[in-house]
Each structure stands twice: as structure tokens, then as C-alpha cells.
Design a binder for this molecule. Structure first.
Ligand SMILES: Cc1ncc(COP(=O)(O)O)c(C=O)c1O
Length: 414
């Protein structure tokens, strides 16, 4: 959904303005960086809405290109990859952030390390008992060279809520946001040019200490890695096709569906793989008690549009409280829609004007069809629905710094 040039009428940099490898690549190392160790400790101070200047880090992982933005005279280094064909696959970058603490203690000091494999005891809590959480957010590059994050403190807060549920210590919101900032800046050359995608940021929190009997791990690791990404669904901007799962459930009342714990994702692989094998894009889950009310898709929230009313399942412990979901509700309200968070029956799918999904990875993804008990309902016969398109444009314009940030959601890095 990120190729906003088509969908939102934005203008990416034409390929002929991407210049070849540069020998005069600027190499500004931050004062606390040592070439020898490639490690540096970072001051953990949050400066919301402020400008972070780290400079450009080393370029040992491949060649560097330069891009001249048509709307500014800022010259930025970019990694030498095919920016026009980014999907949602993993690509390693230069640095990752690592911070550790013992059980019962607080995280205090993290550092950037060269991106690479990590060492874990075979008895680590995360490997044996799934004591782990992850987050996902994105950084965008603007035409003027500024780097933007979207509501990173919300991800920090959600990580803390999840950590409480999973018996783990977690970084403070301030530590979380600062760690995201320095990781993004250290990997700046991997942030796609405007209109080509974004840098997906993946924070992890895991029980890294060894345990044998079932118990919280004695040591925890907070780690952030990043990867440049384009569209999440292979459909790109085209509407996706969902199937309602009637046998398997993603979450149960009292379980962990409302937090971003790793086991929730392993649990949906079977239904998702079966759906994909039949040609569907993903699975829409129902509640496990009544088997009647919509919950969410494997990795995104779901919305129905009927007239001027936009409805989405209420948050009640089994659904992930998506940050995109919350933002879309506010954007929709500000645009004069009536929004409802409530129990949404699967029967309402028959009657909806439009259906769309939201998430950091999928942004706002229009749904073209939903199949339930062998019956297929289609939406937007003549393309993407008007409301989905309107909300997509409003949200991506905000996230990419094209429209004014009246909500105070954007954190700018420099
Ligand atoms: C299960 C699930 N639901 C919803 C979402 C959407 O959340 P957000 O908008 O914060 O990315 C995600 C993605 O993180 C998810 O994994």
C-alpha cells in the first residue's frame, strides 16, 4: 500500500534521478562511534518532536548511491538496492540496537551493534516457552530529507502493556522511542526514497536467559532491527480477498490476543497457509465463544463502512489494539464520519458498502471480497471504495509529512 504515487496522487522521484555509486560518499561518524568496535552506547533521553542528528554511519555493507531530491538541494546517501521493487521481505541492514537486563531489574543502557546473528542458550525462555513480544512501526523519508516516525510512543506503550501480560520487564516509553530513533538514524541509507516505501522497524522483547522448569526467564533482551519495505500484500494497492475462518481461532477471552506476543502469530500460520493455498490473501477470524462476531485478520484490524458510519470490532482483550486502527478512527471522525467500536456480526459483511483493513504493515488495505461458509461477497466492483481511498490518502499524507500534522502524531528525525 505504500506506493502512494498511484493511490494517493503523490509523486515519487523518477528513476533517472537516482544517481550511481558515489566515491565521495560523506562519512560523518558520531563522536561516540569507534571504527574498531562498531559499538556505541547511547544516551537515553527522549526529545519528542525534536530533531536528532547522528550523521551518516559507515557503509561497509555494500555500495552507496546518492539521490538528489527534486524538491530540495539535500543530497542523501542511499543503499544500492532496487528501490522500485521492494516487497515485504527481510533485508539485513547495518545496525541493530541491543539492551539487556536481569529479571526484577530495569533496562538502563543500550547500544548499537553491527547487524548480525545473536547468541542464545538453547534453554532461553523465548525458545522454550515463547516468552516474547514484538512491535512494528515505520520511518518515512521526505523529499526534504527529513525522516518521520508515526506515533512511536504508542508502540512503546503497547510493548509495556504486553510485557506486563508476559511477565517481562520492558524499556520505558522514553527509552523505547530513543532506541528507535538511534536505530533508524544509524540505518538511514536503508530508508527508501519518498514514494518508494518505508523502513520497517521491528523491536523485539524476549526472555533471553536460560530456564528449564516453566518460569519467567532470568534475563531479558530488547532488540531493534530494521528492513526497507514496500507493499505488504502481493496485491499491492489492489483490493485483497479474505476468507472467514470458522474452525480455528486466533484468540480466546482471557488469553493473549490483545498483546503482540510471538505465539499469536505462530498460531495463525496454519489457517493463513491454507487460505493462501486456495488463493485468498488472508484470514478473517471470528470470536471463539459465539463464532459470530468479527475479530481481526492475521496481522491487521478490520473495518466496515455503511453509509456514513464506519464500524470496527471493539477492543476487549482478544483483538490487538492497532495504532493504525486508533488513528483511522480519529481521522474518520475528523472527516465527519460516524465511528463505532462495537461487536460486529459476520452477517453485517453482507450488507456493508466497503470493508478495509488497517495496520502498520498494510496501512489501509481495501477488501475486494470476503468468503464465508462458501459464499463470496464482493465490494467495490469498480475498484477501491471511496471511503477506503479517502482514509488511506489522509493517513499516508500525514505519515509522509505531506499534510499538516494537526494531531501531533509525527516525530521528526534529522
Ligand atoms: C494481529 C494484529 N492486529 C492488528 C495489527 C495492526 O496494528 P498496528 O496498526 O499497530 O500496526 C497488527 C499489526 O501489528 C497485528 O499483528
Amino acid at each position: 500500500m505504500e506506493n502512494c504515487a498511484v493511490f494517493a496522487g503523490l509523486h515519487p522521484i523518477p528513476p533517472n534521478q537516482l544517481l550511481g555509486p558515489s566515491r565521495s560518499a560523506l562519512k560523518l561518524l558520531p563522536p561516540f562511534f569507534t571504527e574498531k568496535t562498531h559499538l556505541f552506547s547511547l544516551p537515553l533521553k527522549l526529545q519528542k518532536q525534536s530533531h536528532f542528528a547522528l550523521g551518516t554511519t559507515s557503509n561497509n555493507n555494500g555500495t552507496t548511491s546518492r539521490v538528489a531530491s527534486p524538491t530540495s538541494n539535500v543530497t542523501t546517501e542511499l543503499a544500492d538496492i532496487d528501490w522500485d521493487n521492494l516487497g515485504f521481505g527481510f533485508m539485513s541492514t547495518d545496525y541493530m540496537y541491543v539492551m539487556k537486563c536481569s529479571q526484577g531489574e530495569n533496562f538502563t543502557k543500550g547500544e548499537l551493534q553491527r547487524f548480525g546473528n545473536i547468541e542464545l542458550s538453547p534453554s532461553a525462555g523465548i525458545l522454550n516457552y515463547g516468552q516474547g513480544l514484538f512491535e512494528g512501526l515505520k520511518a518515512y523519508r521526505k523529499h526534504d530529507g527529513k525522516i518521520l516516525l508515526f506515533r512511536p510512543e504508542e508502540n512503546g506503550l503497547r510493548l509495556r502493556m504486553g510485557a506486563e501480560r508476559m511477565c517481562m520487564p520492558s524499556p520505558t516509553v522514553e527509552q523505547f522511542v530513543e532506541a528507535v530513533n538511534v536505530t533508524v538514524l544509524a540505518n538511514k541509507r536503508w530508508i527508501p526514497p519518498p514514494g518508494k516505501g518505508s523502513l520497517y522497524i521491528r523491536p523485539l522483547l524476549m526472555g533471553s536467559g536460560a530456564v528449564l522448569g516453566l518460569a519467567p526467564a532470568p534475563e531479558y533482551t530488547f532488540l531493534i532491527y530494521v528492513s526497507p519495505v514496500g507493499n505488504y500484500f502481493k496485491e499491492g494497492l489492489a483490493p485483497i480477498n479474505l476468507i472467514v475462518e470458522t474452525d480455528m481461532h486466533r484468540a480466546t477471552p482471557g488469553g493473549t490476543g490483545g498483546v503482540k506476543t510471538i505465539g499469536n502469530y505462530a498460531a495463525v500460520l496454519k489457517a493463513q497457509s491454507a487460505a493462501k493455498a486456495k488463493g485468498y490473501s488472508d484470514v478473517l477470524y471470528l470470536d471463539s465463544v459465539h463464532k459470530r462476531y468479527l475479530e481481526e485478520v492475521s496481522s491487521c484490524n478490520v473495518f466496515l463502512v455503511k453509509g456514513n458510519v464506519i464500524s470496527t470490532p471493539a477492543i476487549k482483550g482478544t483483538i490487538l489494539p492497532g495504532i493504525t486502527r486508533k488513528s483511522i478512527l480519529d481521522v474518520a471522525l475528523s472527516q465527519g464520519f460516524q465511528v463505532e467500536e462495537r461487536s460486529v456480526s459476520v452477517d453485517e459483511l453482507l450488507d456493508a458498502d466497503e470493508v478495509f483493513c488497517t495496520g502498520t504493515a498494510v496501512v489501509v488495505s481495501p477488501v475486494g471480497s470476503i468468503t464465508y461458509q462458501g459464499k463470496r461477497v464482493t465490494y467495490g466492483a469498480d475498484g477501491v471504495g471511496r471511503v477506503s481511498q479517502q482514509l488511506y490518502s489522509a493517513l499516508t499524507s500525514l505519515q509522509m509529512g505531506i499534510s499538516e500534522d494537526k494531531m501531533d502524531w509525527i516525530v521528526e528525525l534529522k
